[in-house]
Design a protein around this ligand. Structure first.
Ligand code: PGA
Length: 244
């Protein structure tokens, strides 16, 4: 049974860690690089960050953000694009400078794509790399759009979406056949380079993949299992992985 209280408490805890990290950087005249995720899972976290901005004077002026992924073929204004999602759920409500926001482009011309992806990585590194990465998880164990079969050494690139991912997105797009077939995603290597990772997984439908990711073998069949290589991951769950 999903407990909204548990979810809200996780969101508050992560938001406070982000608040603290931003304030510490501010005191040193530095910036924070935040990796962000889309989907239903991080929405309570974004609501809490907005609340901290509005009620506790948290400023995002010294924050840079890099999003995990974007569907190929969708314009930034498309209601299912992750550009739209991020502005609607977070960026329009906080004071982050627009030029500090990075989300993979869904409409990059194929001939420019490789350079574009290398540039995305390079820009992240030039800013000092990801300080904190927020993650959800797919039912198939994907992280970002690193679908089963993704290598631990993968970087930002174009990928084909897995049938489970497409099935889960079908209702939002008005049917399976209308879900984009491809996306651009940060790679597993990119994600694992973050200094601190928070993985959020809520609801019984995430339990099996999450349990396998934390307790099972490390395998590219379940890319979330690669997080076992990282020594600073917080798993924020509303279920017990030690029970059936
Ligand atoms: P969700 O998606 O938050 O909408 O469940 C998570 C994911 O697929 O990574």
């Amino acid at each position: 049974m999903i407990s909204q209280d548990t979810i809200d408490n996780h969101a508050k805890l992560i938001a406070f860690q982000i608040y603290d990290a931003i304030e510490q950087k501010k005191q040193n005249n530095e910036h924070l690089v935040l990796g962000l995720a889309t989907g239903s899972t991080p929405i309570p976290l974004y609501q809490e960050l907005i609340r901290l901005h509005q009620e506790a004077n948290l400023s995002f002026e010294n924050v840079y953000t890099f999003n995990l992924d974007e569907y190929c073929g969708l314009s930034e204004n498309h209601s299912e694009s992750y550009h739209y999602f991020m502005h609607h759920h977070l960026f329009d409500h906080i004071d982050i400078p627009k030029e500090n926001i990075f989300i993979p482009g869904g409409e990059v011309e194929p001939i420019f794509l490789k350079d574009y992806c290398v540039g995305y990585e390079k820009h992240m590194q030039e800013l000092g790399g990801l300080d904190i990465q927020i993650l959800g998880i797919g039912r198939n164990g994907h992280i970002g759009f690193n679908e089963p079969g993704s290598s631990v050494a993968s970087i930002t690139r174009k990928v084909e979406l897995h049938h489970v991912t497409k099935r889960d997105a079908a209702s939002a797009f008005g049917g399976f056949d209308f879900v984009p077939t491809h996306a651009i995603t940060m790679g597993m290597k990119t994600i694992l380079s973050a200094k601190q990772i928070y993985l959020m997984a809520f609801g019984e439908n995430k339990k099996q993949a999450t349990k396998q990711a934390i307790l099972g073998d490390i395998t590219d069949e379940l890319p979330a299992s690669f997080l076992q290589h990282h020594d600073n991951v917080s798993y924020c769950l509303d279920f017990d992985i030690y029970t059936k």
